[in-house]
Design a protein around this ligand. Sequence first.
Ligand SMILES: CC(C)(COP(=O)(O)OP(=O)(O)OC[C@H]1O[C@@H](n2cnc3c(N)ncnc32)[C@H](O)[C@@H]1OP(=O)(O)O)[C@@H](O)C(=O)NCCC(=O)NCCS
Length: 393
Amino acid sequence: MFEPATTKNIGLRGVKVADTKISHVDGENGILIYRGYRIEDLAKNSTFEETAYLLLHDRLPGAGELEEFNRQLVRARQIPSFILNTLKDLPHGAPPMDVLQASVPLLAMADPDVTNDSREANVTKAMNLIASIASLVAAWQRIRHDKDPLPNDEALSHAGNFLWQLTGEKPDPETAKDLDTALVLHADHSFNPSTFACREVVSTQAHMYAAVAAGVGALSGSLHGGANAQVMKMLMELRDEKDVRGWVNKQLDSGRKIMGMGHAVYKTIDPRARFLKDMCFRLGKKLGQEHWCNLSSVIEESAVSAFEKRGKTTIKPNVDFYSAPVYHMMGIPGDLMTPIFAVSRIAGWTAHIIEEKFGDAQEKPALYRPSSEYIGNYCGKTGCAYEPLETRK
Ligand SMILES: CC(C)(COP(=O)(O)OP(=O)(O)OC[C@H]1O[C@@H](n2cnc3c(N)ncnc32)[C@H](O)[C@@H]1OP(=O)(O)O)[C@@H](O)C(=O)NCCC(=O)NCCS
């Protein structure tokens, strides 16, 4: 007989719910790999487009394949006008993550092939989503400021075109490359909460868009992708390095979190944070805004030392800690930092959705359906006596 394992209230930590061939996090050693390649290697040598291809197809593309993939992404940047008109009708103060989550089902409605669940159709949907999420985030930034969305520039890379459509200024190649690298770093992270949400939804055989909408919702929380926006708030609030130590101790003494620190899997520094820290100082020097990186660094030192004094030796900066000042220096507003996480993570979500749908990593995909312990009211097998409304006290 099937004996269910009992693992309650631990957030499924350490519970292996499925196999995957897509990415692996070695939390003890601070190592992240996508399809076998170290993240540092991809960040230095790859592009977001090539990394997205790798995640989706389990191998790096040849030159012709990458060219065709890029062409398809560029073609899919165009958002249907009914979606842009719908966005124009939304309250302009709506949080960008809510707008993004609401827009994903509109993309499903725009897809004439939405009910085609073949692998080929899902790969096409993945490319459309990778292109469209960036266009949607940029379009909303324009619309909420009473500006028309900008046409895409076919000559620009995914990251470069995103910056152009967002700001209305053609980015310098170095800034576009830095954003491209940040997108590579955020593209996948094994069974993180939003990816697991996507996999859970498609395990019911729902379509890719339904899963991605759930993924956007999961990413929005401040313990997940929402942390980068909270880090930026912290930097804005602190501003002065001399206030850091007192503030950190006050946060921890009152049981509050230091955002951008700690991780469910990493027990050492997140390799993406190390990369983004270097990028922060390089960008800061170039733009004369090094104070953001100095301030972040002082918070890091102070927080790590305060955690250690409290016996918590494994809490170090995660990916969100240095991405916040990096994005800020690129001119990206705080409330778009989490949507930009989605602009990248859509590559991983769609790769995981395809893996889940087609049982690529294990023979038989199964509907996720955990059990729960019922601890509520119980009146025996007959159930509690139902009191009609008229006689109920
Ligand atoms: C990501 C996070 C939810 C992981 O939590 P977790 O798996 O419970 O982490 P740990 O088991 O290592 O936590 C151990 C202890 O340290 C505390 N802790 C972890 N991160 C902390 C943080 N950033 N600030 C303050 N305390 C923290 C936990 O509350 C827990 O305290 P307790 O033992 O007194 O209950 C957590 O580190 C966090 O909330 N970080 C801030 C949000 C963030 O940056 N999220 C983005 C993640 S990429």
